[in-house]
Every structure is written in structure tokens, then in C-alpha cells.
Design a protein around this ligand. Sequence first.
Ligand code: AMP
Ligand code: ZN
Length: 517
Amino acid sequence: MKIYNTLTGRKEEFVPIQDHKVSMYVCGPTVYNLIHIGNARPMIVFDTVRRYFEYCGYEVNYVSNFTDVDDKIIKKAQEEHTTADVISTRYIAECKRDMAGMNVCPATTHPLATQEIGGMIDMISTLIEKGYAYAKNGTVYYRTAKFKDYGKLSKKNLEDLEAGHRSIKVAGEDEKEDPLDFVLWKPMKEGEPFWDSPWGRGRPGWHIECSVMSKHYLGDTIDIHAGGEDLVFPHHENEIAQSEAANGVPFAHYWMHNAFLNIVNEETHVAEKMSKSLGNFFTVRDISEKYDLQVLRFFMLSAHYRSPLNFSAELMEAAKNGLDRILTAFETLRRKAEAASEGDSAKNAAENAKASGRGAGREAEAKDAKGVSEKPVLTETDSRTEELTAEEKKLIEGTAPFVRKFEEAMDDDFNTADAIAALFELVKYGNVAMESGTHRAFYEALEGCMQKLCDVLGIVTERREEILDSEIEELIAERTQARKAKNFARADEIRKELLDRGIELKDTREGVVWKRI
Ligand code: AMP
Ligand code: ZN
């Protein structure tokens, strides 16, 4: 398996630190608002990387943090006259709801920065002892010039950076020994959350959080560190400087970065990074009002993760249609499997005989694929294989080249675009092959083969009866009205209807909260 490593600028063979294990840290969101679909890109991409490792037999320790103390969170708390804790707790819950909708697996650990302050104070102390950091009036800075490898990830040259900094003098930087030094600990301001430390009350800088959480849950050296490409500099460069200076060993063997999700500016027609600050974003929640979120997932995976991707309504429709083709194939296979109980095999055979007359071309496709069958999908130990006809066995073995193509694409730096193309080919092949079968085990083997690949991409293959967020909200509003009008029968009916469709309601003091179950 090859991975493009930002550190070396090359695709490299993946060699794990420990056999059959992968340790992976993915920088998570700052939780002060609903996440937008740009934030969703690294979540979906690296969840798929994790799933493929698991498919290949690795045990993955996947850590992804929530940054729950930050200027933006504090600002939001002040606006709402509440605490930073209330804001971050709310948006972590919302983020997890979005992740579940996109079928992003929960991390092995989701650490919170505010729970790791002790470790941050320890690492900062070590950096001071080793001469890599210094305190000035309650602020601790990292001494960038002391770390010889500074710039190795972002390929930035220290002198160029210095020159750039001299021209834009930032207020309050006079205390620093060097303009490139960055903050490890900052003193508290009135009304802000704080922790006691050897340098006075205050809170950590953003970069130290990830160095410490990665060390705590994964150790001093990890296999993969990942995030969006905007994190390469300064965030990841600074993480390397902190971790390697403090721990004395390499921080991460592979650095992976996803390209941006962009959106075309309607006035200038130029694609721009989707971001909160530009105000050109859709939240995941916005999308969930129009689409099942797995359409969003499928759309994201339709491009290679290192290619910029432009969001558009047309591409979302194309993703929806593509996904629909896959789900239809599953539905048909399951229907046929159901019908293929012993007594029905004859019926299936008759149906298939009728169907085969419909398209000679399709039959030809199946024959081509049969010719290149390699890795057997069926195993001798599967007792039900015995009942299959020779043709069914051959058809099932004919799926192997598509699976191999899928794996080759994924082995090539997780090329999900090509992997999806291979999955479509398999679906097309399966649609033809299923017309020549009669046995339940045959349909199930075909289904199992397609299912394996869908699992890697995180596609749920049961067609979810579409109930969009907007429809749920409408029903909740109707229920609230019904209750006000003392029409409890209708209110209960709505609760039951939603429950039947997999939505659970909870009445809280803040209003009605719902979740998919
Ligand atoms: P933030 O909350 O801004 O720190 O972002 C959380 C994660 O989302 C980081 O890995 C960012 O690099 C990533 N990210 C933010 N905006 C985009 C975007 N438009 N496209 C791709 N990744 C993004
Ligand atoms: Zn980070």
C-alpha cells in the first residue's frame, strides 16, 4: 500500500511501526458552531482510510480531538451570555450527530483539549528545561530557531519566513525573541476560562494540544498524522517542532493532507475554499435537509482526497444517481435471494431465461469478465457452495478482477475515485450475472462481494427510507401545535410515526430533541 507523505513529497510504501497495527491522529474541529461540509471532507476521507486499513487486516487506533477551548468558542459564549463549556458541549453533540449521518465511525478516542491540560503543562515544562521554550510575563513561547528541522514539513525556509514577518509587524510581538516564535501558553484575560500553571493562570495555545493528545493516546512516534492541507503550516509544522524537541524521537512517519472543498464564487466565477470566514459555506445540517448524508459522503469520495473538489448541486445530483444504481443492485439481489428458496429456484430460472432474451450485449459483457477470473471468491469450506451450478461458481469467481481493481486503486494512495469506478464495474457485472443464477447462496455470494467494497467506502447498502431533517422538523412542529391544542392523540401519533421511521424524540426543557436510532 502506498501513501503520499507530505513530509517527503513522495508516495511511499506503508510500513507500520507495529505489525498489523496503525496509529493515526486526525486533527478535529474547533467546536463553536455546526460543522460545514469543508470540515466534513477530512472526516469522510480519513474515516475511509481507516476502513481500508481495517479491510486489509490492520487494527487501527484512531484518535481525533475536539478543540474545546479557543478564542472563537469564548466569543460565542460571550455573545450567548453563557460559558465556553456550554458552547463546546453543545457543538460536540451536534458534530457527532453529523458524523453518524455521514457514517463516519466514532474514533477509538475523541479527546477534549480541556481534559488534557496537565499533559500540556508537562510538555511545556520539558520544552523550557531543554531550552526550546521561554516564559515572558505569563506567556510561554516556543524558541523556533533552536529547532533545526523547523520548516521540514511545509518546505519553508526559516530566513524567508523571518523576512516575511519583519514586514508585517504584529502588535504585542515585542516580547518574542524572534518573530517566528509561537505561543505555547497564554495568560488569562478577564472572563475567560483558565487553568493554574507554573507561569500563572492561563490557557494553552492551539498547537500544543495536538502534540499532547497524540502522545497521550498513541505514544511518542505514530504512524500517520492527518488533517486538511491548511494545517500543514503553521499547525503541523509547530506540532513537529514541539513533539520532536520534547520527546527526542520522530513524531509521525506519514503526514497526510486532504485538499480543499471549494465552491465557485457566483460573481467572480473563481473557485474558493469553503470556509466560515468567507461565509461561502453549507453546513452538513443544511445538506441533510435535502439529501441523505450518505450522498454527501459518496460525493466526497468521488474525487481523490488530494485533488481540490468543487461543490455543486449538479455533482450532488450525480452522486445521488450513482449511489442509487448501487443500492438498486443490492435490492434486486436481495429480492432474488429471498425468492430463491428451494421451491422458487425453478421460478427464478424461468424468470432469468426470459430476462436473458432482453440483451445479448449484456451477456457478452459477462463472458468477457468470466474470462479473466482469478482469485476465487468462494471457498471450499463454504458448504453451500456445493449446491451451486458450475456456471454460478464461475460467475462468482468472475468478480475477482473488479475486487482486485478496487484494491489496486485503494493501495495507490487511497484513490477512491478509481475505486468507485471499479465498484460501478462490479455492479454492472453483477446486474448481468444475477440473471443467470438460481440459488440463494449464489445471490448472497454476489451481494457479499459488493458489500465488502461498500463497507470500505462507508456506504450503507440498505436503502434508508428517506426521512430528511426538514420533514422531521415539520412533524415536530406539528406535534408541538397539537399538544398546545390539547390534541394529545395526534401528538402521540406523530411520536409513534417518527419512532417507526427510526427517529426518537425527547422532550427537554430547551425543547424537543431528536435522534436517529
Ligand atoms: P477547523 O475547525 O477550521 O480547524 O477545521 C477542521 C478540519 O477541517 C481541518 O482539518 C481543516 O483543514 C479542515 N477544513 C476546513 N475547511 C476545509 C475545506 N474547505 N476543505 C477541506 N478541508 C477543510
Ligand atoms: Zn491538530
